[in-house]
Design a protein. Structure first.
Length: 436
């Protein structure tokens, strides 16, 4: 790709989580991303930035993907901008868009981030090749017209100034954009070499200061990801296992703090076992390479249902610990469940464990703004019917039938302003509400 190529990508999607994840993935690959939540806003940004490529969702409010593409193709400046359709609909819709609007490619959700980056590179390289070919033709024509005349000293000075400016631009661009991406990739490669993550299975990685763990887990649920999410920070290491967007298990360790499954069982007075008896079971399990929980069931210490109860409690505790990690890095890999987790029978909807885990998180700056608009998502009503919301969350949910600002919600709700803001954050972090 030529160094002066336009690398601005416009993302048009009504899901804030998808927009943030796409932005994260593409920023790591050196792209500049602008995003819009609906087709009308997307069209305005397209006219303002004239992006290299547009990524557009099919189902959106106000102006859907079909209407957006039609308007884009009718604009003289934007009619040749490549478009990539991202949709959870069938491939037939993608083919229809290709025939109607010349869509370069389409992805059916969920899609793999590396596939998206590869396709963008392919599209942009093709575009740059065409631009470079046109430039060569123009240069050849210009050279032929001016042949026979020696360059003047003034022209030489202009050429040197131009080369200096280009060199300065390349160096500044490298240290401002390419170098940070390179260092992230070096860190990722180092972790792969140590065996902490696997090169072949890495889906995506990023910085938790740019994308919070609750939003990342909501994205995994929405796109039905499967695999292992690893969290690194200065004082926390955590692993979260996901199956088709559902929560399976989590482990977390912090400096000086380690909690094991047997700690939960010993703490519960329902069982007539002591720590020494449990320790013998644990040692036997390790010697035979048997999962500790399975060994406890086989020895009659606990029942199968009890084991699932404690595993779920242990996993929720670990997830809660991980959710308090605000800085650090994450790595999402395609990976099978470890052998000691293979017999876990439960798969918990992600919003269910997030609801429990995010209620005590600190209020972010985003939810201190009166201008932030909040609206509930369709699954919020289902969760309310299941009785999973607190009384305050239930009360606030009834006000989220339209798009209201936080300032308006605080005025309309009988709840204290701080509770309103906290409840809105909980619903958003749990994947039950959208914000803009």
């Amino acid at each position: 790709m030529s160094e002066n190529a336009n690398k601005t990508i416009l993302v048009v999607d009504d899901s804030p989580t998808v927009r943030r994840l796409v932005e994260l993935v593409l920023n790591q690959s050196g792209y500049t991303v602008v995003s819009a939540e609906d087709g009308e806003q997307g069209l305005e940004l397209a006219k303002k930035y004239v992006p290299a490529v547009v990524l557009v969702d099919f189902v959106m409010p106000k102006m859907n993907g079909h209407m957006f593409c039609k308007a884009l193709r009718e604009d003289e400046t934007l009619k040749n901008v490549p478009v990539i359709l991202i949709s959870s609909k069938s491939e037939a819709i993608g083919h229809a868009f290709e025939e109607s609007f010349g869509i370069v490619h389409y992805f059916t959700k969920p899609f793999e981030p590396e596939d998206l980056v590869a396709k963008l590179s392919e599209v942009l390289e093709g575009r740059d090749a065409a631009i470079d070919a046109s430039a060569d033709v123009a240069a050849t024509a210009g050279g032929a017209a001016g042949s026979g005349s020696a360059p003047s000293m003034e022209n030489v000075d202009q050429l040197l100034d131009s080369l200096h400016d280009r060199f300065d631009k390349v160096v500044r661009n490298y240290f401002q954009k390419d170098f940070p991406v390179l260092m992230k990739n070096v860190m990722s490669d180092t972790l792969k070499e140590t065996g902490l993550i696997k090169h072949q299975t890495l889906i995506m990685s990023g910085d938790l200061t740019r994308l919070g763990l609750p939003e990342l887990l909501s994205f995994c649920a929405t796109t039905r990801q499967s695999g292992r999410l690893t969290i690194f920070s200065d004082d926390t290491f955590a692993e979260i296992f996901i199956d088709s967007g559902c929560f399976v298990f989590a482990t977390a360790s912090q400096k000086g703090k380690h909690r094991f499954l047997t700690d939960l069982i010993c703490k519960d007075n329902r069982f007539s076992c002591d720590s020494q008896s449990l320790q013998r079971v644990v040692e036997d399990a390790r010697s035979t390479n048997t999962p500790v929980g399975r060994a406890l069931v086989e020895k009659g210490v606990i029942s199968e249902d009890d084991l699932m109860y404690y595993l779920r409690q242990h996993a929720q505790d670990a997830l809660n610990t991980a959710l308090y990690t605000y800085e650090g890095n994450f790595f999402l890999e395609k990976d099978d469940l470890p052998f000691n987790l293979e017999d876990i029978s439960f798969r918990i909807p992600m919003h269910e464990v997030l609801l429990v885990g995010v209620r005590d998180l600190r209020l972010s700056e985003e939810f201190k703004s009166d201008d932030l608009c909040v609206t509930r998502l369709p699954n919020c009503a289902d969760v309310a019917r299941d009785g999973l919301l607190s009384d305050e969350e239930q009360s606030l949910m009834l006000l989220l039938d339209g798009t209201r600002t936080l300032g308006e919600l605080c005025n309309e709700s009988p709840l204290d302003d701080a509770i309103v803001r906290q409840c809105c954050q909980v619903l958003y972090y749990s994947g039950l509400a959208a914000v803009r």
